[in-house]
Each structure stands twice: as C-alpha cells, then as structure tokens.
Design a protein around this ligand. Structure first.
Ligand SMILES: [Zn+2]
Length: 300
C-alpha cells in the first residue's frame, strides 16, 4: 500500500513540476514573436497615390493610383502579400486616386470602404459605386472628428473635410475643385504620427489650422498634399506640422512638374528631408510607436 501511495505522489509531483516548468517541458524553442508596430508603404504607382498601412491586426489602403497604373498597383500588392484589405479609403474621386479601385476589388477581399461622399460623374466613379453595391461591401463617409480604429493600437484621426465643405462641393472661383474635400487624416500610433493629405490644397490646410489644436497637427512625417503641387503644402501648414520629413508620391517626369520647385524650397526652409516615389521607388516607413525608419526601394 505504501509503495502505491509513493508511486501516486511521485506521479502527481512530476505533473505539477512539468506544469510549472514549461520551458523544460517544451524544450528551448523561443516564444513566437509579438506582432506589433505599424508599417506604411507609399507605393510607387506613378502620378497618383496608393498608401498601404499595416497594423498588427489590419491592412488599410488609402487610394489606389491611376487607371493607367493598375498593373503597378497589382504588382505592389502582390509583392506585399496583400489579399485582404480591411479598410479601403478613397480620399477623393479623381482618377489618380480611385483609378485602381476595380483592381483592388478584383484581387483583394475588401471588408469596408470609406470615402468623402462627394459624387462625381466619371465612369470610374460610377463603376466604383456599382461594385460596392454588387459585392455588398459596407461603406461610409468620413468627416472631420471621426476616429477609425486600425487595430493593434493604431488610429486614423480624420481632420477634413467638414460636412459644410462637402455641402459647398469644394467650390473655388465658381468651379468645383474636388481636391479641396480630400480626406485628410492623421495616422497615430503611440508617439508616432503621420499626416495623410490626399490632394488637399492650401484652403483645406488653412481650415485644418483653424479647427485643430497644435498638438493634433504635429507629426513626424507628412505625405505631401497634391503630389507636391504648388497649390498645397502652404508654409503655415508646414510650420504647424513640425514634421521631420515629407514623402511625395509622383510620377517620373510628370506633366504637372510635381513636386514644384517652390514647394521643395518650402520643405527645405522647414528643414524637412524629402523622399519621392519617382526617384526613390516605394517608400517604407516602419514605426514601433516611438521611433521610425524610412526605407527606399532604390538606394538614395
Ligand atoms: Zn492626385
């Protein structure tokens, strides 16, 4: 009988010891790495914008490049292994931002769509709406003050447009200027922030300066508004951002002469480093919420 108790006690102690010492029990294999951080790829898609953001939990695509650059967009998404887009955000319905939407819908599983809700009469815009309806993808408009949860501790704070701006349809000198109502948003992760501006121009930038406190404007990085055109990146806006660097998405030898030399001078005055997709290829920002790095596809 004594021998039986001794055997039972030995067995029980062996089990508890094993439970208390999982490393010995499981061997020396290290624990799986924690998925943290945020990566932003400003994709080289010629004259247009396509910005891929990945958090620990979600994949977000802001704009989709031009209709003429869908091959490049598809290649870039394939290279990055993107099959699912949790949030597709279209800053405004110009072709160089919405042009690759059909490609994204075709090759990726798009879970949600966000735009500024300002319609336009182009076929590419109509096809975009039709696809959203046909695939029954939940969609909603973004307004200043909205905050989107991007998962993994990252958020996207929308700074523009306001409802009033959309109601006025971005009228400028008697004409509709779709750029003015571009979605402008601040990507926030820990102490890191990046301003994403679509094609917002100076009047939009000035409106943001009026509506928001300085601490909500300061950021480490700026995605240049309107591809570095002289109608955007006004000096007051740049001063308020206090950004270290600017990332310009533009095509090689583009017909609009972006980024404009006067804008490059403004960046220089603010002591901002300049990265350009036409010269550097796809730009990759990685952040742990404290510091960040910028890698260029081509050597600087
Ligand atoms: Zn554009």
């Amino acid at each position: 009988m004594k021998a039986l108790w001794a055997a039972l006690l030995f067995l029980l102690s062996a089990v508890f010891t094993a439970c208390g010492l999982p490393t010995e029990w499981l061997g020396d294999a290290p624990p799986p790495p924690m998925e943290t951080g945020v990566t932003v790829n400003v994709l080289a898609v010629g004259q247009g914008d396509a910005i891929l953001i990945r958090t620990a939990e979600q994949t977000i695509l802001i704009d989709t490049g031009d209709t003429s650059e869908t091959g490049r967009l598809r290649e870039a998404l394939k290279k990055e292994g993107v099959r699912r887009v949790d949030k597709l955000i279209i800053t405004h319905p110009h072709r160089d931002h919405i042009g690759g939407a059909a490609t994204v819908f075709r090759f990726c599983d798009v879970k949600e769509v966000y735009d500024n809700g300002q319609p336009t009469s182009t076929n590419v815009y109509r096809d975009y709406l039709k696809t959203i309806q046909k695939k029954e993808i939940p969609s909603r408009t973004l307004r200043d003050g909205d905050v989107l949860d991007l998962g993994g501790g990252a958020t996207l704070r929308v700074l523009s447009p306001t409802q009033e701006m959309v109601d006025e349809r971005g009228m400028q000198n008697g004409k509709v200027n779709l750029n003015l109502n571009s979605i402008v948003a601040r990507l926030e992760y820990g102490e890191f922030a990046m301003m994403l501006t679509g094609d917002a121009e100076a009047p939009t930038e000035m409106g943001i300066l009026k509506r928001y406190a300085p601490e909500l404007l300061r950021c480490r990085l700026l995605k240049a508004g309107h591809h570095g055109s002289k109608t955007a990146s006004c000096s007051k806006f740049l001063q308020a951002l206090e950004a270290d660097a600017v990332l310009v998405s533009c095509g090689a030898n583009n017909e609009y002469h972006c980024p404009h030399p006067s804008v490059l001078t403004r960046y220089e005055k603010q002591e901002m480093d300049v990265y350009r997709t036409d010269q550097d290829g796809t730009l990759t920002v990685r952040t742990d919420g404290k510091t960040y790095t910028i890698e260029t596809e081509r050597n600087k």
